[in-house]
Design a protein around this ligand. Structure first.
Ligand code: PGA
Length: 251
């Protein structure tokens, strides 16, 4: 199974989100047995995107909280995401971590997402400082060891780990060497297999993220270690997103 995930972040206004999602429906962008296409709009438009007539792609949220109710101003409950049609949730994105999200919080969110029946897209990646100080492997291991501590992936759910070098995320102009990223992905996959040993192989995939576009996506998918891509900026252009999907489908 391959995956293309669109993380629309806060790039589009509400009106633009609905327009963009409608264009994807009109272009027959669809999840299938071989390729799952997941679109993650902001919370405010999730339910309307989920209800678009003829929608064949899957819906995901960009974050969630780890409790279902309480005095938690501004938070969103995993069960509510599930009930409005979300099947996936992004957890631990570097842009959330930059605002103070810790590995322990990521761990709690992942457990809560599975309890609500959601699939998890867990983001990990080193900052430029960590890369420059030679601590990338250490950082990735800590993110996995703490983030996945005591995590049981339910039989019907998936764990997609997105390796996103923080220094490569748009608008960074820094280029990632695909071979280096693939080496990290191999180690990540092994570590996740070890930490979630009860899960079946098909439940776990590693994706690449960081300025992915139609011109570079194939280089990351070469060799079959990365099972797809988490795409931010380039996914907000329907034509470019379609080209990325085609490249992944034919990779
Ligand atoms: P980008 O974002 O494709 O815009 O670099 C990827 C991400 O942050 O998930």
């Amino acid at each position: 199974m391959k995956y293309v995930i669109a993380n629309w972040k806060l790039y589009l206004s509400d009106e633009e989100v609905i327009h963009q999602a409608t264009q994807l429906v009109a272009g027959h962008v669809a999840s299938s047995d071989e390729l799952e296409v997941v679109v993650c709009p902001p919370f405010t438009s999730l339910d309307r995107v989920a209800e678009l007539p003829g929608r064949q792609f899957t819906i995901g949220a960009q974050d969630c909280y780890w409790e279902e109710s309480g005095a938690k101003t501004g938070e969103v409950a995993p069960h509510d995401l599930k009930s409005i049609g979300c099947e996936y949730v992004i957890i631990g994105h570097s842009e959330r971590r930059a605002l103070g999200e810790t590995d322990e919080m990521v761990n709690q969110k992942i457990k809560a997402a599975y309890a609500a029946g959601l699939n998890v897209i867990m983001c990990i990646g080193e900052t430029l400082d960590e890369k420059n100080s030679g601590t990338t492997d250490e950082r990735l291991n800590a993110q996995l060891n703490i983030g996945l501590d005591q995590v049981h992936i339910p039989e019907n759910n998936k764990l997609l780990v997105a390796y996103e070098p923080v220094w490569a995320i748009y608008p960074s102009k820094q280029e990632v060497n695909p071979e280096e990223a693939i080496t990290h992905a191999t180690a990540i996959r092994e570590q996740v297999r070890h930490l979630c040993s009860a899960a079946a192989d098909a439940q776990i995939s590693v994706l690449y993220g960081g300025s992915v576009d139609s011109s570079n996506v194939n280089a990351f998918l070469a060799g079959g270690v990365f099972a797809g891509a988490l795409v931010g900026h380039a996914s907000t252009n329907a034509q470019e997103f379609g080209s990325i999907i085609n490249s992944v489908m034919n990779s």
